[in-house]
Design a binder for this molecule. Structure first.
Ligand SMILES: [Zn+2]
Length: 103
C-alpha cells in the first residue's frame, strides 16, 4: 500500500512495509525520512497503531518543516509529538489522515 501525503507543502510518500527497523536495527512502528520525503510504516504493527503512526510521523514533519524542531531538544520534540498525536487521535484524526490497512 502506498499513497502520498503533503506536509506543509512538501509531498511525502507513505509506504507500508514489513520488518521496519531504525538505524539501530530496533523494530519501530514508523519512520519519517526528511531527505527522501518518505513516511515508512511497519506493516507488522496493528492497524490502529499504523494509523496513529502516520499521524505521529506527520507531526514530526510539521515540526521539521516549520523550523520549530531547530529550537527544541530531540527528547522534547518526541514528547511534543506524542502528546499531540494522543490528543488528535482521541478526536479521530488518525482515521481521517489515512485509511489504514484494515479496510
Ligand atoms: Zn516520534
Amino acid at each position: 500500500m502506498r499513497n502520498t501525503i503533503t506536509i506543509l507543502g512538501n509531498p511525502y510518500d507513505v509506504i507500508y512495509q514489513k520488518g521496519l527497523t531504525d538505524v539501530g536495527d530496533n523494530t519501530v512502528h514508523g519512520v519519517i525520512n526528511f531527505t527522501d520525503r518518505k513516511v515508512l510504516v511497519n506493516l507488522d504493527s496493528p492497524p490502529f497503531i499504523q494509523r496513529e503512526t502516520v499521524l505521529h510521523e506527520v507531526i514530526h514533519g510539521i515540526l521539521h518543516h516549520s523550523g520549530l524542531v531547530e529550537i527544541i531538544e530531540s527528547e522534547t520534540d518526541e514528547a511534543i509529538v506524542r502528546a499531540i498525536t494522543s490528543g488528535l487521535s482521541v478526536l479521530g484524526l488518525h482515521n481521517a489522515i489515512t485509511k489504514g490497512n484494515d479496510e
